[in-house]
Design a protein around this ligand. Structure first.
Ligand SMILES: Nc1ncnc2c1ncn2[C@@H]1O[C@H](COP(=O)(O)OP(=O)(O)OP(=O)(O)O)[C@@H](O)[C@H]1O
Ligand SMILES: [Mg+2]
Length: 298
């Protein structure tokens, strides 16, 4: 069974897609896992990073994306595999082998599809709350069909709190919460923590940090000074990885699409060590469920 990981924060631009893609690369290349990234954002940023622009446009043309899959499941029973792109990304392992990284691409129609889903379940005077619950169930069940196809499923959530994000948060064994150390991030982390745990803030804080279902990651950090103070404050209240992702052009530039596959060292340049440390610490935090099984190529 796949280990489901959601990457979420209601706040936009904090690095959800960046960290989703970095973790997808890390699990697939260093962990030898079968990884499936599900892009739950209409912006489709992680899909663009993993496919490049022209391949992503092809997936839209052929309805090979998450919106088509979720919508089709209202009427048809096409297997999820029909909507997935295999061998996504432009990296190799150190021996030049292609990692087992696949993608259920995002779609510009994702928000419209969610409205249609609510309309579908609101038929026959169904009360709105009940329709919303049915919609969430539809999402959870649909995303659950990916379980046999991967060892690790990474769900890149959109900013905000859509039905799709709510379903991803419910399905995930662990939620990675990236934040940027800025003035409003503390409030954003408090809010998403409560949403993930399904409890008011004080009750959420009463759960021992190691038993909480989320782990925070400081991203785009500028070492020294104010950023450190904000990170310390957040880490005091929330489980937070000691590894940080620094603000670095290597990270932003790494996601330019390359027609030729590269090693992780070539892709991430001097930031590769930082990514490795983040991955190793996250694995330790997730424990045995996420660590096994490794499928090392012969
Ligand atoms: N550590 C970093 N160093 C440099 N640039 C970064 C870093 N992390 C993210 N960025 C840049 O910041 C921007 C926002 O990052 P990203 O798209 O990953 O955030 P997001 O949370 O997924 O955004 P959205 O809420 O819109 O989905 C991108 O242009 C990305 O390249
Ligand atoms: Mg994003």
């Amino acid at each position: 069974m796949a280990y489901y990981l959601a990457v979420a924060n209601r706040k936009g631009g904090v690095g959800k897609s960046t960290i989703s893609v970095m973790l997808a690369h890390a699990f697939a290349v260093w962990g030898y896992k079968r990884v499936l990234l599900i892009d739950l954002d209409a912006q489709s940023n992680s899909s663009l990073i993993l496919l490049g622009g022209s391949q992503w446009i092809e997936t839209q043309r052929h309805s090979k994306n998450v919106a088509a899959f979720i919508e089709d499941r209202m009427y048809a029973m096409n297997p999820i595999a029909d909507y997935i792109v295999q061998k996504a990304g432009d990296v190799t392992d150190a021996q030049g082998r292609v990692p087992q990284l696949s993608l259920l691409p995002g779609s510009l129609a994702f928000e419209d599809m969610q409205d249609e889903l609510i309309t579908h379940y609101s038929r026959h005077n169904t009360p709105f709350r009940q329709a919303k619950l049915k919609c969430a169930n539809h999402f959870r069940q649909a995303l659950g069909f990916a379980a046999p196809l991967a060892d690790v499923v990474i769900m890149d959530c959109a900013p905000g709190l859509s039905n799709a994000t709510a379903a991803a948060l419910a399905l995930a064994a662990k939620v990675v919460v990236p934040f940027r150390p800025d003035a409003v991030s503390e409030f954003a982390v408090d809010r998403i923590a409560s949403i993930i745990e399904g409890k008011p803030y004080d009750d959420t804080m009463a759960i021992p940090p190691e038993q909480r279902r989320y782990i925070c990651v400081a991203n785009a950090v500028r070492p020294g000074g104010r950023d450190e103070t904000i990170i310390d404050t957040i880490a005091f209240n929330h489980p937070t990885l000691a590894s940080r992702v620094l603000q670095s052009p290597d990270i932003a530039n790494a996601f330019d699409w390359s027609d030729e596959r590269q090693t992780m060292e070539e892709k991430y340049g001097p930031s590769v060590g930082m990514l490795r440390a983040l991955y190793d610490e996250l694995l330790e935090t997730l424990g045995a469920d996420a660590a096994a099984p490794a499928r090392k190529p012969a």
